[in-house]
Design a binder for this molecule. Structure first.
Ligand code: PLP
Length: 407
């Protein structure tokens, strides 16, 4: 499909609504993307036509739900280029995916082991590892960034050693938009830290680049549907089969067992051994619908469009006295984080909201990163496939007003 932003917008019902009597300008896609009609339809269709539990029913609807649910797994596994469909574990989202890995790893880490993360982490990929280290006696090493928000590659490399047991890093920073050279970093890890397992936090990466877990050569890749035009409350953990097969079980209960006695239980095969309980069936099916919807576009077009939006924001911001862009790494996606004079980001967000402009303000679940950058928080506009250059301009009109009001 050719890239026509106005035609794309028409597929998102919410984008035509008003807030505070003004047309909505939605610039908060890094928090969650809006949902196209195709995804909304997939949810409604499941509940109106097919609702039933999966895997355990002896009736027509359960069979159909199971088929749709497992077909969704194929779609999502194919989206990240998994070698095997059972490598794709349904979760409630990136946070749960990372927790499955970190909680399992905590049982394996020992004093003397090192876990490497970066200064860019979202709390989901920091607190999890910090707690795994506290529980196991391993040490947490934090790879520093440059002042522009790019990872300091030499410092990252220097942290890798035979003691490195795990490396967790974001593909893209939610707070700054920095894109990490993940493939290059993993090559370094394989060379310098041969025993390390590697997790890529793909929460912000999936909607801005093609993902190929085999080419990346990571061991785990975590992502959420809701940052990818899908519903909230569902996501996935991809894990290398040979690693996942022996991974400590996460939740215990129905579906994940092979045999149970009153005294003991044995675990079933992948993927069910890591999927206890009734899954978010409609969510998984709608996640696959979101991916199919997204895949109709050429990623080069998507990236070009977002780069144009970002370039316009940067150009307008450069002319805006008193506005400071936070994070200008050479490789970054459509996240425009900034501070406006002495104005508190929350006040800026409030004033923009009254004009119908939705942005995010605060620490973006990255308190240590904000501290490192010397700001209490930022205001963050984030762009997606459905945003227009006009909306970027409206942001800056709104910011003028904010500046006047806060003067
Ligand atoms: N990692 C990053 C980089 C994120 O941006 C987010 C959410 O903003 C998460 C992890 C957590 O994702 P979720 O809240 O969908 O579990």
């Amino acid at each position: 499909m050719s890239f026509d932003v106005l035609a794309i917008r028409e597929q998102f019902p919410i984008l035509s609504r008003e807030v505070h009597g003004k047309p909505l300008v939605y610039l908060d896609s890094a928090a969650t993307t809006q949902k196209p009609q195709a995804v909304i339809d997939a949810l409604v269709d499941f509940y109106t036509q097919c609702n039933s539990n999966v895997h355990r029913g002896a009736h027509f609807l359960s069979d159909e739900a199971t088929r749709r649910f497992e077909a969704a797994r194929d779609t999502v596994a194919g989206f990240v280029n998994a070698a095997h469909r059972e490598e794709l574990i349904w979760t409630s989202g990136t946070t749960e995916s990372i927790n499955i890995v970190a909680k399992g790893m905590a049982q394996r880490l020992q004093p003397g082991d090192e876990v490497v993360v970066t200064e860019l982490e979202h709390h989901a990929n920091l607190v999890t590892w910090q707690q795994a280290c506290l529980a196991s006696g391993a040490s947490l090493k934090v790879a520093p960034i440059e002042d522009n928000g790019a990872l300091n590659l030499a410092a990252f490399e220097a942290l890798l050693s035979a003691n490195t047991a795990f490396v967790a890093m974001p593909q893209v920073s939610n707070a700054l938009g920095t894109v990490n050279p993940v493939q290059q970093l993993i090559m370094l890890i394989r060379r310098l830290a041969p025993k390390a397992l590697v997790l890529v936090d793909g929460a912000q990466g999936v909607a801005h680049s093609t993902v190929d877990v085999q080419a990346l050569d990571c061991d785990f890749y975590a992502f959420s549907a809701h940052k990818l035009f899908g519903p909230t409350g569902v996501g996935a953990l991809w894990g290398r089969r040979s690693v996942l097969e022996n991974w400590p079980v996460w939740l215990t209960g129905g579906e994940m067992i092979a045999t149970v006695t009153y005294q003991n239980a044995t675990w079933g095969p992948l993927p069910s051994r890591l999927e206890a309980g009734t899954p978010n069936i409609a969510g998984a099916i709608a996640m696959a619908a979101a991916i199919k919807w997204f895949q109709q576009f050429n990623m080069v077009d998507v990236q070009r469009h977002e780069a144009e939006l970002m370039a316009r924001a940067v150009a307008l911001g450069n002319e805006f006295e008193g506005l400071r862009l936070v994070g200008n790494a050479p490789d970054k996606v459509g996240v425009y984080s900034f501070v406006l004079g002495a104005g508190h980001p929350a006040d800026v967000g409030f004033i923009l909201d009254r004009q119908g402009i939705a942005i995010r303000t605060g620490d973006h679940c990255a308190q240590p990163l904000m501290k490192r950058l010397g700001v209490p928080g930022t205001a963050r506009a984030s762009f997606s496939i459905y945003n227009t250059l006009d909306e970027v301009e409206q942001l800056f009109v709104g910011l003028r007003k904010a500046q006047e009001m806060l003067a």
